[in-house]
Write a protein that binds this ligand. Structure first.
Ligand code: NAP
Length: 385
């Protein structure tokens, strides 16, 4: 009650609340939500410090300092707002943010770790920040592209039932695991089920994806587009998550209106939304909306998509920035995405391009360069969805 009185008496709008607590066993329970209700305009730190009474004597100054050091998240994502928190480990905490909170609630944006080149999803699994898109790759071209990507250190592969190449992707991954000794757990494969008949019979469609890929489990499954059966299909994916056959689930081609209607109807917060994003179609209003829900954003057509790449890669603003860094236009565009917190999955069957598209971490765009690229937005979609 003392805390209630304090929060009712003072306006903490714009302030940051960093919670710490001692408790018998319950931890924060609903306290952070209650603080969030009373102080909706305050930022509430996502990593509170929770010490059980029984452990108080064992807590050292070092423990507290480690906790404080880990709070740089506040500098990086000042928009972070209310979220349940814990000291029980980054992964469990992150997992709870997605799976325990109500889908649709604002929570903390996921943090891109440029050292490990991974992001922690709200499902508790880490996903690489750059991958290979396989749309329009078939047969040996697809197998070779995926193997070339894996040889060059790429660990994220995007496919879909609609691409008709899940079997090739699965074969390439299995062969690369065997030939290069890459453990299955290091590779992150995304696939998608399609509207219409696939979403009308989702269990069979999901199982068919698992069978075609033949990789034991799928790291991420997305609904490819909104559909009249999308809630039913998503709930089927939730069951496959419970059964351990899918690790994370998400959506593709879902924008603000679609997400607002969809999220309250499902139990597991999507871990990912994959949408069209490139300098000519930036989605600057949609990206923060998604990220503030603790959902990671991934961009398709990062290079503009086939038929549009020449114009985008030849854009004088982008080529100028590329020349200043001794990088290619493709690398600058991909890096611009990463610095906006958008995961990239450029498509390519060219081993040189595949390698080039991995070299994104040894340079950084300045704020002015980011602003120059942001100014190229034309709201120009390169596909209908
Ligand atoms: P993209 O990545 O924007 O562009 C691919 C084109 O760029 C290819 O023609 C490729 O040619 C070229 N390219 C790649 N790297 C290059 C480089 N470093 N320098 C010069 N050219 C380069 O388009 P996308 O592959 O269609 O889209 C990316 C991925 O997003 C897809 O593969 C798919 O996985 C996903 N996607 C999802 C949806 C959805 O609805 N969820 C829709 C579309 C796409 P080369 O082969 O010669 O390198």
């Amino acid at each position: 009650m003392a805390v209630y009185s304090f929060l009712e008496e003072y306006d903490l709008a714009g302030k940051t609340i960093i919670p710490f607590v001692t408790s018998g066993a319950s931890g924060f329970t609903g306290t952070l939500d209650a603080i969030g209700d009373l102080q909706p305009d305050a930022r509430i730190c996502t990593k509170g410090f929770d010490v059980k009474h029984a452990n108080v004597a064992a807590v050292t100054e070092d423990d507290v300092n480690k906790w404080l050091d880990g709070l740089s998240i506040l500098e990086e994502f000042p928009q972070a707002s209310s979220i349940a928190s814990s000291t029980t480990g980054e992964e469990e905490s992150a997992a709870r943010a997605g799976y325990g909170s109500q889908p649709g609630q604002d929570t903390a944006a996921a943090v891109f770790d440029f050292e490990t080149q991974r992001v922690m999803l709200n499902s508790g699994y880490k996903m690489p920040l750059n991958g290979l898109g396989t749309y329009s790759l078939h047969g040996d071209t697809c197998v070779n592209a995926v193997k070339s990507a894996l040889e060059n250190g790429v660990r994220l592969i995007d496919t879909a039932s609609a691409y008709g190449n899940e079997e090739e992707v699965g074969r390439a991954v299995r062969e690369a695991m065997e030939e290069l000794g890459i453990p299955r757990e290091e590779i992150f494969v995304i696939t998608k089920i399609y509207p219409g008949s696939e979403m009308a019979s989702p269990e069979a469609s999901i199982q068919a994806c698992l069978d075609r890929l033949d990789l034991g489990y799928v790291d991420m499954m997305l609904l490819h587009h909104p559909d009249r059966n999308d809630v039913k299909a998503y709930k089927a994916m939730e069951k496959f998550v419970e059964a351990g056959k899918i690790r994370s689930i998400g959506l593709s081609n879902w924008y603000v209106a679609e997400l607002t209607g969809f999220l309250p109807q499902v139990s597991i917060t999507p871990a990912l939304v994959q949408n069209e994003i490139h300098p000519y179609y930036q989605e600057n209003d949609v990206i923060p909306f998604i990220q503030e829900k603790g959902i990671v954003v991934q961009g398709w057509y990062p290079l503009g998509g086939r038929g549009h790449t020449a114009e985008l890669l030849g854009d004088p603003v982008i080529s100028g920035i590329a020349a200043a860094h001794g990088k290619t236009s493709a690398q600058v565009i991909l890096r611009w995405n990463l610095q906006k917190g958008v995961v990239v999955i450029p498509g390519s069957s060219n081993p040189d391009h595949i390698k080039e598209n991995t070299e994104l971490y040894g340079f950084e765009l300045t704020d002015a360069e980011m602003a120059q690229i942001n100014a190229l937005d034309r709201n120009e979609k390169h596909d209908w969805y």
